[in-house]
Design a protein around this ligand. Structure first.
Ligand code: FAD
Ligand code: SF4
Ligand code: SF4
Length: 461
């Protein structure tokens, strides 16, 4: 008889008033006993509806069944058949709108904690599992991967396992993409991502950092160097701005820049003297995961009042519900149905405030969400010394502008079919570079599909 507890096993967390002053991971993970008890809530449904919600179709009842039996290594092997980065996805996947949304236990009560169990299995493997490395036999073919984010890393791992000689070219000095430069340590410890990169290096994948493709080398030069196929997983790292008066004032940042200072320049580590803007009152504009991350970082370095300023309501916030709850617990103040119209500065060019308008929700727009409209005459000023723009990102146009024959849409996203094939022969693409800012699991899935298609392309030449 399964465990019919209507609620999923709580995730142990750091106390909000302690964690909002440190960068250690917020969620502490299940113990073995907690994981087995939660696994026992799974009904092992014959039609596996939860799998339909997972973009890479992890065999969810299969792996949870093994957790129930206490065979964590078998559970890990099942997840790894379809997911390359389980320790990452178990932490950051929007499970509530994917696998867990389709779980039958969620119809009347709380769904099974699929993400929490996936994280447990992956962490258990890191701590106790086999470290044996099977080096694939070389097939004599060379491929190049541009970008070391989840799309590029997954593509590299899958195609290297087929015997290819793989080199990843990464623009930054560290591999990992948004997993290391965007998502903060308190949500995704860097050591977890580094383990995955070390695993790739162990099977022979080469990682060349500080290699901006389109500047240091162009796509055509990579072909001339003997790479037979190229995967572009360069993400969507170019921040959008609102083009407001005052955006050049001191104290106004993009969330990307702000988070990169914390992550890649190590402002999260005690004893590291990274220049980071010490704000007293900060407003983060936007309501997605990126905005929550920036707000929670600002709080952790002592900002007294941190606001999330969002033009729709609480119900429309695009961030994961769990991240919103964690942010609220940590003291982040939500100012919804509010939009900035002008940033105010002093005579020295410092940000000293922000003129805003109140909004109300009108008719639904093309996305199905109710469109925010300005309440006439509602202008007011918020007294802030820091403003962080987190209203989305676009792909950087560098590769597109230096490569002939690559098609893109009006937002600058590369056009690729479902296998990642672009308009240029031998060039494949996937992840945020194709979809625009999306999720880790979708980028990973795209990298997997492209690895398969690149193999078929090279073998059919
Ligand atoms: P990226 O991760 O952006 O990696 C692209 C890589 O390519 C980067 O390392 C970049 O430096 C490199 N590159 C770019 N141009 C070049 C070039 N010319 N030459 C060489 N290298 C280049 N998703 C979730 O699922 N859950 C979350 O909780 C979540 N939180 C997020 C929080 C933040 C702060 C951000 C920014 C994003 C978040 N996302 C989240 C989105 C998710 O991280 C991305 O969708 C995912 O990382 C996209 O993967 P990618 O491999 O396509 O691109
Ligand atoms: Fe759920 Fe993500 Fe795991 Fe798929 S990869 S089962 S969506 S947590
Ligand atoms: Fe288990 Fe829920 Fe999937 Fe059913 S839908 S197999 S209960 S995780």
């Amino acid at each position: 008889m399964p465990n019919m507890n209507p609620k999923k096993m709580d995730m142990p967390l750091q106390d909000p008033n302690v964690r909002n002053k440190n960068f250690d991971e917020v969620a502490l993970g299940y113990t073995l006993e907690q994981a087995m008890e939660e696994a026992d809530r799974c009904l092992q449904c014959k039609h596996k509806p939860c799998m339909n919600g997972c973009p890479v179709a992890v065999d969810i009842p299969g792996f949870i069944g093994k957790v129930k039996d206490g065979d964590m290594e078998a559970a890990y092997k099942i997840i790894k058949e379809t997911s390359s980065l389980p320790a990452v996805c178990g932490r950051v996947c929007p499970q509530e709108s994917q696998c867990e949304e389709k779980c039958v236990r969620g119809i009347k009560h709380e769904s099974v904690g699929i993400g929490r169990l996936e994280r447990f299995v992956a962490d258990y493997h890191i701590a106790n599992g086999s470290t044996d490395v099977v080096i694939p036999t070389s097939n004599g073919h060379k491929v190049a991967i541009v970008g070391a984010g989840p799309a590029g890393l997954t593509c590299a791992g899958d195609i290297a396992n087929k015997g290819y000689d793989v080199t990843i070219f990464e623009a930054l000095h560290k591999a990992g993409g948004v997993l290391v430069y965007g998502i903060p340590e308190f949500r995704l410890p860097k050591a977890i991502v580094q383990k995955e990169i070390d695993g790739l290096k162990a099977i022979g994948v080469k990682v060349e950092t500080n290699m901006v493709i389109g500047k240091v080398l162009e796509i055509d030069e990579l072909f001339e160097m003997g790479y037979e196929s190229i995967f572009i997983g360069s993400g969507a790292g170019l921040p959008n701005f609102m083009n407001l008066e005052g955006e050049n004032l001191k104290g106004v940042f993009s969330a990307n820049e702000y988070l990169t200072r914390f992550n890649l320049m190590k402002a999260y580590e005690t004893g590291v003297d990274t220049p980071i803007f010490k704000a007293k009152r900060a407003a983060i504009i936007g309501g997605g995961n990126v905005a929550m991350d920036a707000a929670r970082c600002a709080k952790r370095v002592g900002c007294e009042e941190v606001y999330i300023v969002y033009r729709r309501g609480m119900d429309e916030l695009p961030a994961r519900r769990e991240e919103v709850e964690h942010a609220e617990e940590e003291g982040i103040i939500f100012k919804t149905l509010t939009n900035p119209v002008r940033i105010l500065g002093d005579e020295n060019g410092n940000c000293i405030g922000m003129e805003c308008v109140e909004m109300e929700l009108g008719e639904a727009d093309d996305s199905g969400r109710r469109r925010p409209v300005i309440k006439e005459g509602s202008n007011f000023v918020m007294d802030i010394d820091c403003m962080i723009m987190s209203i989305g990102t676009s792909p950087n146009p560098l590769i597109l502008s230096t490569t002939d024959g690559l098609d893109a849409n009006k937002w600058g996203c590369l056009i690729a079919d479902e296998d990642g094939k672009t308009s240029r022969e031998g060039v494949y693409a996937g992840g945020d570079a194709v979809t625009g800012a999306a999720t880790v699991i979708l980028a990973m899935g795209a990298g997997k599909d492209a690895a398969k298609a690149m193999d078929e392309y090279i073998q059919s030449k």
